[in-house]
Design a binder for this molecule. Sequence first.
Ligand SMILES: C[S@@+](CC[C@H](N)C(=O)[O-])C[C@H]1O[C@@H](n2cnc3c(N)ncnc32)[C@H](O)[C@@H]1O
Length: 328
Amino acid sequence: MVHLYEVSLFILNFLRLVSKCSTKVQVASSDNMSQIPRIRSPLARAVYNRIVEDQCQRDDDHHYWYSFNTELLPDYLRQKFIQFDQDKETSDFLENCYEKADWVFTQIGHSITKSILGWFMTPTSINGLLSRGSMFIFSDDQIRMLLGVEDGWKGDNLLDLGAGDGMVTQKMAKYFRRTYATEMSPTMVWRLQRKVTSKILDVNSWNNGNLTYDLIGCLNLLDRCNKPISILHSMRQVLTPGVGRVIVAVVLPFKPYVEQDSKDHIPKEAILLKGHTFEEQTVSLIEDVFKPAMFEVERFTRLPYLCEGDLHHSFYVLSDALFVLKPR
Ligand SMILES: C[S@@+](CC[C@H](N)C(=O)[O-])C[C@H]1O[C@@H](n2cnc3c(N)ncnc32)[C@H](O)[C@@H]1O
């Protein structure tokens, strides 16, 4: 085992050295692409390409992940937009991704297991089983700004719907006395329970009890569930009167895909958004989806939805529109 570790470390350091030299050569003569080393092994080539990509990512502040043209917003929404940037906690998550991607043998093991389990398990459940693919949406500072609360503030009940492995739930849970969650995938429930002290509620009856919630998380769920409109209406019914808020994250451009609970992966309830750009679809979500569900926007932003990567890329990124909603 120690042997394997040492061999992988040696190979990685060697590839890193080669990548550093070749990056310098490319900068010196950018049109002389023949200077890029020819690596025959597909595995070594994948690792080499990833190391080169990581070097570029480390030098990038990724301002475009956060960019939003507020000029395109109607007046009543403009001052509700919060501009964020890549803060230390986000950079730390990325650094952790670069490190994990370096565990070459673990990554190979994951790839093999994934291709076998893929025959009878959903990608979400495989990730849950392998404890891989953790997500990052907001830092501690960012969630506090979105919720408009100070450090040390505590609410009563938090409910996170479609909580996944609990990585994001954890960020919100520290601001609440009690945490509740729902999750469709059994392996994700298992991971969630190990990470967050929360009570898991049934996916079909979470809105039937006597509990009300100060905050309901609906993060990256509306495009992954069968009945997003029903979920929006149900959330409204179980918010604590006066104080209750909903935090919704939606990946744009909007491309719904239901993993479980739908044979053709098409949701039973359709959300149809107007426009193609991030800004157009954000406004359409507010006006054509949240407003009819009797919600108004308190604050909103654009953030990267980051996911731990694999052998080929240290991380993957999608664009999230995030909204804090209050009942109208
Ligand atoms: C894209 S993941 C989002 C996970 C986490 N909220 C995040 O933002 O990283 C969507 C999750 O919702 C779960 N899910 C799908 N439909 C659901 C439903 N009706 N009720 C609860 N969870 C559901 C899936 O199993 C999956 O883990």
